[in-house]
Design a protein around this ligand. Structure first.
Ligand code: SF4
Length: 221
C-alpha cells in the first residue's frame, strides 16, 4: 500500500542523538492554520511500504533511526505493521504526533515499537477548533499520560503564532504540563512566515515577550 508522501534521506536535527531519515505520511486528522505542510496534509501518498523498506535496507549501518512525520502518521491504517517491519531492520523510531489517536499510540507503546515521541500540544481546549479545525485538549492529555507512563523518552512542543495564542496561553499550558508531571523542557517554536500554510497566515507584527515566557519554555528556532 502507498504509505508515504516523501522521504528525507538524512537528518541530524529531528531525532535526538540519532542520524535518521524522515518518512512523511500523507494526510492528517487536523487542519492547523499555521501548518507548513499543506501539500502533505492534502496530498496523496505515492511511495509504498516496500520502497521505503528497501531504502532502509540500503541505509543499514549509515542511519540509526526513522522519524515518522507528516501529516499525521497515526492516521495511516497499517502503521503498526509498518513499524514492526522498520524495527526488524534494527532502526529506532521517533513518532511525531498531534496526539489525537491515543488508541494507536497505546498500541505502539504496548509493542515497544517506538523509542521517542514528540507530542504537539496545540492549544488550550477553547482554542483547538479555531487553530486546528478540530481535535481536543482532552485527547492530547490522554496521549500525554500514555507516553509519560510508558517511561520512553519524549518531548512536548507548541507552535506559537501571537495572533492565535497569547503569552498567557503559553504560560497556562506550561503550568498545566508541570502540574501533570511534565518535568522536561517545554519547546516552543515560533511561527515562521514566508511559507505556504493551510490558513494562509502572515507573520504577526506583535512582539513576543520573551522575558515573560523564559521561565516556562525553551525557545526552539
Ligand atoms: S501542523 Fe496540524 S495540520 Fe499540519 S501536519 Fe501537524 S497536525 Fe496536521
Amino acid at each position: 500500500m502507498k504509505a508515504l508522501y516523501d522521504i528525507t534521506p538524512f537528518t541530524l536535527l529531528d531525532f535526538p542523538d540519532t542520524p535518521a531519515a524522515i518518512f512523511w505520511f500523507a494526510g492528517c486528522n487536523l487542519r492547523c492554520v499555521y501548518c507548513y505542510n499543506p501539500d502533505i496534509v492534502f496530498g496523496v501518498a505515492h511511495i509504498d511500504e516496500e520502497e521505503a523498506l528497501a531504502f532502509l535496507r540500503r541505509r543499514q549501518g549509515l542511519l540509526e533511526g526513522v522519524v515518522l512525520s507528516g501529516g499525521e502518521c497515526t492516521t495511516y491504517p497499517h502503521l503498526l505493521a509498518f513499524c514492526r517491519s522498520i524495527k526488524s531492520l534494527g532502526y529506532k523510531i521517533k513518532l511525531d504526533t498531534n496526539g489525537m489517536r491515543t488508541d494507536i499510540i497505546h498500541q505502539l507503546l504496548r509493542e515497544n515499537l517506538i523509542d521517542y515521541v514528540a507530542l504537539d500540544y496545540k492549544a488550550t481546549d477553547s482554542k483547538m477548533s479555531e487553530i486546528c479545525g478540530g481535535g481536543s485538549e482532552k485527547r492530547f492529555w490522554e496521549s500525554f499520560k500514555a507516553v509519560r507512563k510508558s517511561g520512553i523518552d519524549f518531548e512536548v512542543r507548541t507552535t506559537f503564532h501571537p495572533e492565535l495564542l497569547s503569552e498567557e496561553d503559553i504560560i497556562t499550558m506550561a503550568k498545566t504540563l508541570k502540574r501533570r508531571g511534565y518535568d522536561r523542557e517545554y519547546y516552543v517554536q515560533l511561527f515562521q512566515g514566508g511559507m505556504k500554510t493551510i490558513g494562509d497566515l502572515s507573520v504577526s507584527n506583535h512582539r513576543i515577550d520573551y522575558e515573560k515566557l523564559a521561565p516556562y519554555i525553551t525557545l526552539r528556532p
